[in-house]
Write a protein that binds this ligand. Structure first.
Ligand SMILES: [Zn+2]
Ligand SMILES: [Zn+2]
Length: 416
């Protein structure tokens, strides 16, 4: 028998209910914050990701699913959501509309990585993006959205880490400084970091290898290199977070894995997950639209890993109480009455109720058992005897009560 490919999973039954719950809470929050949905293709030209995510990043170098289609086009399964949204923003000329524009997405992403708990090769992200404003209040809105989302889900022990990663004005001098600093420690750095020294020295700061951490612990902080614009923006973000009473920690080593971030970068950390403890990452990407071939359009957003959040919810036991039994099971005890029975079934459904019947010719007793096991609250029994008296039996499995009603009374009963 075939199995799902390594790094992919089927989401079904009770687990699917949990996914739906999370997605609903997210969509509700998006509605309140005025983010509207955008659905972009799951594959794009690979060039889009190379230009936006950055050639030197692990995602592009090691993890992206790249393939040629039958027409010889170089395509890639999207490894993240922002690049596609940005491409769509430009392609549809949305920069000519009144700004800012705010979008959300929820969907599968793909990275070739070693599968582990909370990390699949096809994984899901939900994210929000605001295009067209440099206002630090837009950064804070993304953060507040995320804090509200987690509060709504019932999380209490998340910490917000924040930093400014600078901009093309101020970052290069810091990178030079950091490169020189790292060169002196080269013998203690891991092979990845030795390469990062050339390509993206900032990433050495968030390497998880212990010897790299120790070597870099006295590294200079980007903070002292920020240009006035970055500094002012960062100070305003922190000030607004304080005004909204959102606790945070400034983490000078927080640089994020993607090249396109500028100024604000943040993560929400859940300490109870030992590895993969970052549930959400986000920040400002003021030059992403340009690197996708467009004009200067500032932007800010966040992306959250759905599997990781579900894993964290599992750890904290944050599921809402299980649904009480509900819906109606129509037990037809005589094959000759199927027409009448089915008519009633569809009338109940037309009234907006969850209704079901038997499709396996089970005995009445077996139908009752099925209804109970599948969480139906009511069973309606239609048999010869009931037909004779023109009354159906309506049994409430929750209250353990039974009454006799005509079909018209039944429909009326469930109208209220
Ligand atoms: Zn700057
Ligand atoms: Zn390293």
């Amino acid at each position: 028998m075939k199995k799902a490919p390594r790094g992919t999973r089927d989401i079904l039954l009770q687990e699917a209910v949990k996914w739906q719950y999370l997605e609903e809470v997210f969509r509700e929050m998006c509605f309140k914050y005025n983010f509207t949905e955008i659905r972009t293709p799951i594959f794009e030209e690979s060039e889009l990701f190379v230009r936006s995510v950055g050639e030197a990043s692990d995602i592009i170098k090691k993890e992206m699913y790249v393939f040629k289609d039958r027409g010889g086009r170089e395509l890639a399964l999207r490894p993240e959501g922002t690049a596609g949204v940005t491409r769509a923003y430009l392609e549809h000329g949305l920069n000519h509309r009144a700004q800012p524009l705010k979008f959300f997405y929820f969907g599968p992403m793909f990275r070739y990585d070693r599968p582990q708990a909370g990390r699949q090769r096809q994984f899901y992200q939900m994210g929000i993006e605001t295009f067209g404003t440099e206002d630090p209040a837009a950064d804070v809105e993304i953060i507040k959205f995320t804090a509200d989302l987690f509060a709504k889900l019932g999380f209490e022990n998340l910490s917000l880490q924040i930093n400014s990663v600078g901009c093309p004005q101020c970052r290069p001098s810091f990178q030079d400084y950091l490169r020189n600093f790292a060169r002196e420690k080269e013998s203690s750095l891991c092979p990845d970091c030795r390469q990062r020294m050339q390509t993206n020295p900032l990433r050495i700061l968030d390497c998880k290898v212990l010897s790299c951490r120790e070597a870099m612990q006295d590294a200079p902080a980007l903070d002292s290199f920020l240009c006035p614009s970055c500094r002012e923006s960062f100070e305003m973000v922190l000030k607004l977070l304080q005004a909204l009473q959102i606790p945070y920690q400034v983490d000078p080593c927080l640089v994020r894995g993607l090249d396109y971030y500028t100024k604000t970068a943040f993560e929400f950390i859940f300490d109870a997950l030992d590895t993969q403890n970052s549930l959400v990452g986000g920040g400002r990407y003021d030059h992403l639209v340009e690197s996708c071939g467009g004009p200067y359009v500032p932007g800010v957003g966040m992306a959250a890993g759905v599997e990781r959040i579900l894993l964290a919810m599992e750890k904290e036991n944050l599921w809402p109480a299980e649904d009480a039994p509900d819906g109606i099971f129509l037990a037809i005890d005589d094959p000759g009455l199927r027409g009448e029975g089915l008519l009633l079934l569809y009338q109940l459904r037309a009234q907006g109720l969850k209704a079901e019947t038997d499709y396996l010719g089970r005995s009445l007793k077996a139908q009752m058992k099925y209804a109970h096991r599948h969480g139906f609250r009511y069973v309606v029994i239609l048999g010869k005897e009931e037909k004779l008296h023109k009354k159906l039996k309506l049994r409430d499995l929750l209250q353990g009560e039974q009454q006799e009603v005509s079909p018209a009374e039944l429909l009326k009963h469930f109208k209220s």
